[in-house]
Design a binder for this molecule. Structure first.
Ligand code: GLA
Length: 388
């Protein structure tokens, strides 16, 4: 949909007039560094060119009216600045409500209601449409109400709203990538300090293929929060013998030395993933800078295997996609990306083999799962912004 079409729909739904503005925030793909943002590790995501759009205007009262073109059957959903509480029946509008709530928690009072039209073009699940929603709403609030917040503040407010309002205990990676993304660059983000560096995501003669399994995943379905708890339990045990604040402060050697103090076998595996994933992420970025695609691809594979066997964050559909991908000609690496238990994979494929890759992987996936995978070449875009 074009911006003009969105603006026309806005006036059709909410009426003419006033100061109508448009905003965009992207989804993200994480190249490597999975499930370690909440363990104080380094992650390596990039922003996409697809994401969520918001067309909005201030109101003269305290009503909040939202309309999603993706969920248009729900019609206009109404709430109020005086009713910023999570309600299951409110569905997707809990996300924008949560962001308004988080701003308010930090003393940024929104003094009038809003009409907001949203439309998103992120395919499937697992590419952070919720973070894109939080960042686009945060960007909109900053702009309409002149709040003195940086893009990083917007990311943190989005994370806070997701943790405390929507009950999903996510780390900072998705919101950070959506707020801070840069065209053609991935972000090496130290989640303990929020220090970051942009690294060009260029792989000569290769494409990064994002494959949507079309197997929906539901992070709030407790798996994710369980993993966080397991990591916290492992950390507590380790803190009895070493002075650390986060699992990712340990080197693999230190982990091997101390791991036996972790009482629970499962928690020990989760911690192993975190510690080794941190090392892999640093090594992968170093390899990318040297254009060493063999090493970069191998580390992606190791990350995927660790997610599968040690972190138990994949599923049959994802394993099928990854196994099929790795068997194709011209593939350097393939793994699940994002929260897990469904969603998407990323694969590094040599240019001349991309078409055969899509055909063969698509066929095998359909025959083994009955689902149709969707393939897209990764396009890396800029972070959240006002567009008109
Ligand atoms: C989800 C969360 C992120 C991160 C990833 C896993 O996308 O929102 O904070 O933990 O899972 O790397």
């Amino acid at each position: 949909m074009t911006l003009i079409q969105m603006a026309n729909l806005f006036t059709k739904i909410f009426g003419d007039g006033g100061d109508i503005r448009a905003f965009f925030a992207p989804g993200r793909v994480n190249m490597i560094g999975e499930h370690i943002d909440y363990n104080g590790g380094h992650v390596f995501p990039c922003a996409l060119t697809v994401g969520n759009y918001a067309i909005a205007r201030k109101r003269n009262d305290r009503k909040l009216r939202f309309y999603s073109h993706n969920y248009r059957k729900g019609g206009i959903m109404e709430s109020s600045l005086d009713d910023l509480v999570f309600k299951k029946k409110d569905g997707w509008i809990n996300y924008p409500k949560g962001v308004i709530w988080a701003f308010k928690q930090h003393g940024m009072e929104i003094n009038c209601g809003l009409d907001v039209f949203v439309w998103g073009n992120i395919p499937g699940s697992g590419l952070s449409s919720s973070a894109a929603m939080e960042v686009v709403i945060g960007t909109m609030l900053k702009d309409f109400f002149d709040f003195k917040v940086s893009p990083i503040d917007i990311a943190l407010l989005g994370q806070e709203s997701e943790n405390k309002f929507n009950g999903m205990n996510c780390g900072i990676m998705d919101q950070f990538a959506s707020a801070m993304g840069k065209v053609d660059q991935a972000i090496l983000l130290d989640c303990a300090s929020l220090k970051y560096d942009y690294v060009p995501l260029v792989l000569s003669n290769c494409k990064i293929i994002v494959t949507n399994s079309n197997k929906p995943h539901s992070l709030t379905s407790s798996h994710y929060n369980d993993r966080r708890r397991e990591c916290e339990t492992a950390l507590k045990d380790l803190q009895t013998v070493c002075k650390i604040n986060n699992l990712c402060e340990l080197t693999p050697e230190q982990f091997e030395q101390y791991k036996d103090v972790i009482k629970d076998d499962i928690c020990r595996l989760r911690a192993k993933h975190a510690v080794y994933e941190e090392q892999r992420t640093k090594d992968a970025v170093a390899a990318l800078k040297l254009n060493d695609i063999d090493t970069f691809g191998r580390l992606l594979n190791e990350s995927g295997d660790s997610l599968r066997y040690d972190y138990d964050a994949t599923c049959y559909e994802i394993d099928t996609l990854v196994d099929a991908a790795r068997r194709q000609k011209g593939v350097y690496g393939s793994r699940e990306t994002g929260g897990g238990w469904g969603g998407n994979t990323v694969s590094i494929v040599q240019d001349q083999f991309v078409e055969a890759f899509k055909e063969n992987v698509g066929k095998e996936y359909r025959s083994k799962t009955g689902l149709t995978a969707a393939f897209a070449t990764l396009e890396v875009g800029d972070g959240g912004r006002r567009i008109i």
